[in-house]
Write a protein that binds this ligand. Structure first.
Ligand code: GAL
Length: 633
């Protein structure tokens, strides 16, 4: 398949006589796709039931006429002002009970059924009008679910929906009281309408109550998305896409993805490093203008799986953004490197955000491919270069990964409800495990928690998975490779209580967690032979073999030939050593990558990316800072 490039464009932001010039320029830049429409509701329907589609018809004609393929967005992330007048209770409410206001975007509540109907209606109208138009070659539903912390809402609509959801799930309050252990602190209910949302309690709400609310809230996102997907499918055969974000765990992307055709995500590597990822000051300084060398790959691998093999980058950072605490410019070369890295991980398309920098409103300091005065911004020439390189390079395909990581959104909610240590967070732990495999140069797949077949892999990691699903437990019992699981895996019931007998319940091996410790920063559990556990340490019992221990003689890794349980959270160096020993045992080739280099094999090529801000050597080849190198395998 030939990879393609695209751009995010807002015809409604520019005079109409600019559109044809922009379209021609996009084509000349080597772009194939243009995404439009996703924030245009106030111009599509200026007043309730009053439509003005003419501008959008003309924009589609101009862009399509220039030879571009269009991704048409449903505008439901930006309900217009009249919508809030029509449904005053549609605003999401924060955990402090304060309604969020009109005046930016995403001010809707996922559980508000009236707003959901409005979204169904606009999706139907757009589907009817544009669904058969051949230039509309893909659809984007809404924009970035959960952006600006919008999955959870503590509104009346959410409370009512939650009560119904609980009644459906538990059938009786007796069953719910038992499942949640509500006898503790006299928290028992005798009717579902007594059950409030888990906010503003005196001390922490009961963990299963919080977990149930998180499950309910995720289900609202799934349902909200499905309403539009079902509607669009009546009118179009074009693929349906959502643009997910990085490090968002508030809803189950596996479930949303099941209703769509392609998973795309929005990649802002520099904003992310500054705003959303851990790292020492020295690390953040070293990668200031390149982004975390593993964050993009992690999300490519995650969303390739969420998209059942089909993944795009819908928004690629081209220059400084406006929303992080600090917004440096990328090193020259990064707009190209990020695109090639996405392609090497299976992306079909990379769209940059955005065509021209807007001189007005909230994102006026956000770079595009063109400056507000229409002169080229620095990334434009890199995009042209990528377009030429795509033409020159035959399809690189995708290679089977040797290693896999199980990623479970439900566990993220459980550990948010019950972190037990301030630094314990599911994404952070899973990402640490991912980074170890990536530093070793492995190709990695990310798997959903109900995976029932591991036979393609030599190595599988499953850190922090609250409860192993039956299919996964089964797959582990027949696994011929090595599973490295834990810490905190299979140590709770589905209702977030402690099982008896104590977990984990692992096939063919006897291990249980008898006591759990969490540690503050700068404290650690030392391991015999060097290395340490940070943040988290579980005391293990059982008859399984001990493969590593602490300097106090407590088990650090227990298990058997095919399955090892990790008792703690290793720091990066320790994790590297544990993984290299396992790879050596399994006969998996690893690369000792320096801090900036990363590799990814495709079916035909090995790609090497230099994330460092200085040139690096790769087997006799010098790769400049922000450089990409590829060689035939
Ligand atoms: C994304 C969003 C875009 C734009 C961009 C700026 O989160 O989808 O609409 O706001 O960030 O970086």
């Amino acid at each position: 398949m030939k990879r393609t490039l695209g751009i995010c464009y807002y015809p409604e932001h520019w005079p109409e006589d600019q559109w044809a010039k922009d379209a021609a320029h996009m084509v000349a830049t080597g772009l194939t796709w243009v995404r439009i429409g996703e924030f245009g509701w106030s111009r599509m329907e200026p007043a309730p039931g009053t439509f003005s589609w003419d501008w959008l018809d003309r924009a589609i004609d101009v862009l399509g006429g220039a030879g571009l393929k269009i991704i048409l967005g449903t505008p439901t992330a930006t309900p217009p002002r009249w919508m809030v007048d029509k449904h005053p209770d549609m605003l999401a409410v924060d955990a402090q009970g304060r309604p969020r206001k009109f005046g930016s975007r995403r001010h809707y509540d996922f559980s508000h059924l009236g707003y959901r109907d409005e979204c169904r209606r606009i999706a139907r109208l757009m589907g009817e009008r544009y669904g058969k138009n051949p230039v509309i070659a893909a659809w984007q539903i809404d924009n970035e679910y959960d952006c600006h912390d919008t999955t959870l809402s503590f509104s009346d609509a959410a409370r009512k929906g939650f009560q119904d959801w609980l009644a459906q799930k538990y059938q009786s309050t007796d069953a719910l009281n038992r499942a949640w252990g509500n006898v503790f602190w006299s928290m028992e209910y005798d009717s579902f309408d007594q059950i409030d949302l888990p906010n503003l309690t005196v001390t922490e709400p009961n963990h299963p109550h919080q977990l149930a609310f998180r499950r309910f809230s995720s289900d609202q996102v799934v349902a909200f998305n499905k309403v539009q997907a079902d509607e669009l499918r009546k009118h179009t055969d074009a693929p349906l896409i959502h643009n997910y974000m990085g490090r968002i765990t508030t809803f189950d992307h596996w479930k949303v993805g099941a209703d769509l055709d392609i998973a795309s995500w929005d990649s802002y590597p520099i904003g992310f490093l500054s705003d959303r990822l851990e790292g020492t000051p020295a690390f953040k300084q070293a990668f200031l203008r390149q982004g975390h060398p593993d964050n993009q790959a992690f999300h490519h691998d995650l969303y390739r799986a969420v998209g059942k093999g089909r993944m795009w980058v819908m928004e690629q950072q081209p220059g400084p953004v406006n929303w992080a605490p600090y917004n440096p410019a990328p090193l020259p070369g990064m707009a190209r490197l990020w695109a090639w890295e996405a392609f090497a991980h299976g992306a079909e398309t990379v769209c940059y955000f955005r065509w021209r920098q807007a001189p007005f409103a909230q994102e006026q300091m956000h770079a595009g491919l063109l400056r507000p005065d229409n002169a080229p911004a620095p990334a434009l020439v890199e995009v042209r270069q990528v377009a030429d390189e795509i033409e020159a390079l035959a399809d690189v395909g995708t290679a089977q990964a040797q290693a896999a990581l199980v990623f479970d959104y439900g566990s993220a909610w459980a550990w948010d409800a019950q972190p037990q240590g301030a630094d314990f967070e599911m994404f952070r732990l899973a990402f640490a495990a991912y980074c170890v495999m990536r530093r070793a140069g492995l190709n990695i797949d990310i798997l959903p928690p109900d995976t029932g077949d591991l036979s393609d892999y030599k190595l599988v990691m499953a850190p922090g998975v609250m409860t192993l699903s039956d299919p996964l437990r089964n797959a582990l019992s027949n696994f011929k490779g090595m599973a490295l699981i834990g810490p905190r895996t299979d140590t709770k019931t589905d209702e977030l209580s402690i099982p008896t007998p104590l977990g984990p319940d692992l096939p063919n091996t006897d291990i249980s967690v008898s006591l759990t410790e969490s540690m503050p920063p700068n404290d650690a559990i030392a391991l015999e032979g060097g290395g340490q556990f940070v943040h988290w340490f579980e005391h293990l019992e059982g008859t399984a073999d001990v493969f590593a221990q602490t300097t106090n003689g407590q088990p650090a890794i227990m298990g058997n030939a095919n399955l090892r349980y990790l008792a703690g959270w290793p720091d990066d160096r320790t994790f590297d050593n544990i993984l290299s020993a396992i790879c050596a045992e399994l006969g998996i080739e690893t690369h000792m990558l320096t801090d900036g280099l990363r590799v990814r094999d495709t079916a035909t090529h090995r790609f090497v990316f230099n994330y460092a801000n200085t040139a690096q050597e790769w087997r006799g080849t010098t790769i400049p800072a922000a450089g990409v190198h590829w060689e035939l395998l």
